[in-house]
Design a protein around this ligand. Structure first.
Ligand SMILES: NC(=O)c1ccc[n+]([C@@H]2O[C@H](COP(=O)([O-])OP(=O)(O)OC[C@H]3O[C@@H](n4cnc5c(N)ncnc54)[C@H](OP(=O)(O)O)[C@@H]3O)[C@@H](O)[C@H]2O)c1
Length: 225
């Protein structure tokens, strides 16, 4: 089974932050960003979400737009993609509103399920030891189009492993400063290059940029004259 298609979807400030300097649950995007986030979810079979983001926000994003829900129903897709939570600790409060949202919940974790049953609140649990195998297992289970909802720690790992195919960034018209860059500061990356697929003004001074990874090697730099 080929690896699933993976699209990272984030709202970022003009200075490349995904959360304010003091941290906490970031709400950067406006209505235009909400629409393109829902469009990405409507394209997907599942979304991946880091446990810290889920703890801070308490919920994941649902598709609400009637036209997108209709499109999914016409394509015989369930209303909402599966929410795949990534956690080492498995420490997720069952009282979080997430556990009452109308969508399937899977857990991806290196924790060995003590028995064959998934962790409390989850419909299914898959093992995460190495990312390529974990993504292949998701594809085997029918989740072939994945939206990666962050946060930075999770995004950094998948970019480091060159497993992200697309970047969908909404540039939001504010400067935030602080340490919460949309990629971890210590991240090391192989040389990489992306090609622009889409740019769209979203209203409210927000700009959507969608880039696709170029898999061929970057051209060698010309020697200095
Ligand atoms: N602007 C945006 O679009 C946007 C989107 C998403 C998030 N955010 C912001 O980003 C911040 C949170 O991001 P973050 O980087 O701190 O955290 P994160 O990436 O959301 O979550 C980190 C957690 O994910 C789990 N995890 C990561 N790698 C793992 C692996 N290989 N195996 C198993 N579990 C793994 C661990 O969970 P455990 O602790 O359970 O072990 C880890 O603590 C918040 O401020 C949030 O508001 C913004």
């Amino acid at each position: 089974m080929p690896a699933p298609e993976l699209r990272l979807v984030l709202a970022v400030s003009l200075d490349g932050r995904l959360a304010p300097a003091q941290g906490g649950a970031a709400q950067l995007g406006g209505t235009g960003d909400r629409r393109v986030l829902e469009e990405a979810l409507a394209w997907s079979d599942a979304c991946l979400i880091g446990a810290r983001t889920l703890r801070l926000h308490g919920t994941t994003c649902l598709i609400h737009a009637p036209d997108l829900l209709e499109r999914r129903r016409c394509s015989q897709l369930p209303d909402q993609p599966v929410a795949v939570v990534v956690s080492r600790s498995g420490d997720l409060d069952p009282a979080l509103p997430f556990f009452r949202q109308p969508l399937p919940r899977w857990l991806l974790s290196p924790l060995d399920p003590a028995d064959a049953s998934p962790a409390a609140g989850f419909d299914r649990q898959l093992t995460l030891q190495h990312w390529p195998e974990a993504l292949a297992a998701l594809a085997d289970a029918g989740l072939r189009r994945l939206v990666l909802l962050g946060g930075a720690e999770l995004a950094g790992q998948l970019l480091h492993e060159q497993l992200v195919d697309e970047l969908q960034l909404t540039l939001c018209p504010q400067l935030l400063g602080g340490a919460h860059s949309w990629l971890p500061a210590a991240l090391s990356l192989e040389p990489n290059r992306w090609t622009l697929q889409e740019q769209r003004a979203l209203g409210g001074d927000e700009l959507l940029l969608r880039y696709r990874r170029l898999r061929e090697p970057a051209p060698a730099l010309a020697p200095p004259p």
